[in-house]
Design a protein around this ligand. Structure first.
Ligand code: NAD
Length: 383
C-alpha cells in the first residue's frame, strides 16, 4: 500500500502530518511511504532524515496524489486535487465536514474514502488517535504564553523590597481540553485563575487545578452523550454574559475556548464587556476560526479596541509546531496501525468498528456518515 504524505500548502500551516519516527514504524510493517520533497523544512527535518526512515521522496505533487492508495495530511485538500486521486484512495485529514460540503461532495463523486480526523469518536480506545485533544491541549498552552508576552505585567505575585506585585488575573472561558491546559499553564506561571464552563461536571476539574470556578445559574445546561456542551438559548447566553462581565472587568487576560460540536461557536464576550476591561488587557479567542467567542476578533489578527487587545490566532498549535507535529503524527500512526492488516500489508476499512463508522465520511460514492448526511439534509431543508 502506497501511503503518501504531501507538504502542507496552507500559508499558516507549519506542522507536518507524519514525522520520521512514525514513518519508520509503518515501513517496518510493510507500508510503502512517499513524502513530498522538502516536507520537513518548517521543522528543520531534512529530506535525508525522511529517507533514512524509509520514505521515498517525490517532488511532483500531482504524481504524489495520483499514486496514493492512502493520503495522510493535516489540512483538507484543495478541491482540484481530489480529481487527481484514485477512486479507491483513502484520504485522511482534518476536514471540517459540517462546513465543507463542496469538498465532501467532490470526495463522494470521485469515489474516494474520506476520513475526517475530527470525527474520530471520543472513546477510550481512540484516545491515541484524537487530534482534537492533542492539538487543543497545545493550543491552550500557546494561548497563555502569547497572552503573557502581550501584557505589560508579570503573571506571578512578587514580594520584593520595591513592593509587592499582585498576580495577574486570568479568566478561562470554556474548560474542555484547551481550557484545562490554559488553566494549568497560567497557574504554573503564577497567575490567579478564574474559569467558567456551561457543563457543571467541569467545576471539580477547575478546582483540582487550583483555579476558582465562576458560578452562574443558567438553569438546565448539561452535555451530550459524547461529553460535548449543548447549545444555550439566547436567554441563557445573556445571563452568562451578565454573570461574567464583572470577572472580565477584573481580569488582565481572558482566554476563550468555547465550542459547540458541529456548530458555530457561541458569541460570549460582547463589545460592552470589552469596554469594561482595563486598557492593556489581552483577550485570546481560540474559537476565532469557528465564528469566534469574542466580539471583533479576527482570524490571525490582533485587534486593538480602546487599548484592549483581542488576539485571534487560527493555528495556535503551530506556535509549538515540533510538539504539535509529534502528537499529530502519533495520532495518525495510531489510526493506521489500528486497522493495518500485517499479512495483506494494507489498511483495512472495517465498517463493523465504531471508530471507522464515526470517522469515514464518504465511501464508494456515498456519504456513509449518518451524522453528516443528516446535517446536510437539514441544511438543504432549511435553506
Ligand atoms: P470543545 O472544544 O467542544 O469545547 C470547549 C469547551 O467549551 C467545552 O468544555 C464546552 O463545554 C465549552 N462551552 C461550550 N459552550 C460554552 C459557553 N457558552 N460558555 C462556556 N463554555 C462553553 O470541547 P473539548 O475540549 O473537545 O472537550 C469536550 C468534552 O469531551 C470534554 O468533556 C472532554 O473531557 C471530553 N473528551 C473526551 C475524550 C475521550 O474520552 N476520548 C477525549 C477528549 C475530550
Amino acid at each position: 500500500m502506497n501511503i503518501v504524505v504531501p507538504s502542507e500548502i496552507h500559508p499558516a500551516e507549519n506542522r507536518v502530518a507524519l514525522i520520521a519516527e512514525h514513518i519508520a514504524r509503518l515501513v517496518e510493517k510493510g507500508a510503502h511511504i512517499s513524502v513530498e520533497t522538502g516536507i520537513g523544512k518548517t521543522l528543520n527535518i531534512s529530506d535525508e532524515d525522511y529517507q533514512n526512515a524509509g520514505a521515498s521522496l517525490e517532488a511532483d505533487r500531482s504524481q504524489l496524489y495520483q499514486s496514493a492508495d492512502m493520503v495522510l495530511q493535516i489540512r483538507k485538500p484543495a478541491i482540484e486535487d481530489v480529481a487527481l486521486l484514485k477512486e479507491e484512495c483513502i484520504y485522511v485529514s482534518l476536514m471540517d465536514p459540517f462546513n465543507e460540503r463542496e469538498l465532501i461532495e467532490a470526495f463522494r463523486q470521485k469515489g474516494v474514502t474520506a476520513i475526517s480526523m475530527e470525527m474520530i469518536p471520543r472513546i477510550t480506545r481512540a484516545q491515541k488517535m484524537d487530534v482534537l485533544s492533542s492539538q487543543s491541549n497545545l493550543a491552550g498552552y500557546a494561548a497563555v504564553i502569547i497572552a503573557a508576552e502581550r501584557i505589560a505585567k508579570i503573571f506571578p505575585m512578587m514580594m520584593t523590597p520595591a513592593g509587592t506585585i499582585s498576580p495577574a488575573r486570568v479568566f478561562v472561558v470554556g474548560v474542555g481540553v484547551a481550557g484545562l491546559q490554559a488553566i494549568a499553564t497560567a497557574k504554573r506561571l503564577g497567575a490567579r485563575v478564574d474559569a467558567f464552563d456551561t457543563r457543571p461536571v467541569v467545576e471539580e476539574q477547575v478546582k483540582s487545578l487550583g483555579a476558582r470556578f465562576v458560578k452562574i445559574n443558567l438553569g438546565e445546561t448539561g452535555q451530550t452523550k459524547d461529553g460535548y456542551a449543548k447549545a444555550l438559548t439566547e436567554e441563557q447566553l445573556q445571563k452568562q454574559r451578565e454573570g461574567m462581565a464583572k470577572v472580565c472587568a477584573a481580569s488582565d487576560v481572558v482566554i476563550t475556548t468555547a465550542q459547540l460540536f458541529g456548530r458555530k461557536a457561541p458569541l460570549i464576550i460582547t463589545a460592552d464587556m470589552i469596554q469594561g476591561m482595563a486598557k492593556g488587557s489581552v483577550l485570546v479567542d481560540l474559537a476565532v476560526e469557528n465564528g469566534g467567542n469574542i466580539a471583533g476578533s479576527q482570524p490571525d489578527q490582533e485587534v486593538d479596541v480602546n487599548g484592549v487587545r483581542i488576539i485571534g490566532m487560527t493555528n495556535l498549535p503551530g506556535k509549538v509546531a515540533v510538539n504539535a507535529s509529534q502528537m499529530f503524527s502519533a495520532n495518525m500512526h495510531a489510526l493506521v496501525d489500528e486497522f493495518w492488516n500485517p499479512d495483506e500489508k494494507r489498511f483495512v476499512l472495517n465498517f463493523e468498528d465504531e471508530i471507522i463508522q464515526g470517522c469515514v465520511i464518504t465511501h464508494k460514492g456515498e456519504v456513509v456518515n449518518q451524522m453528516i448526511a443528516d446535517h446536510y439534509a437539514q441544511v438543504s431543508q432549511s435553506g
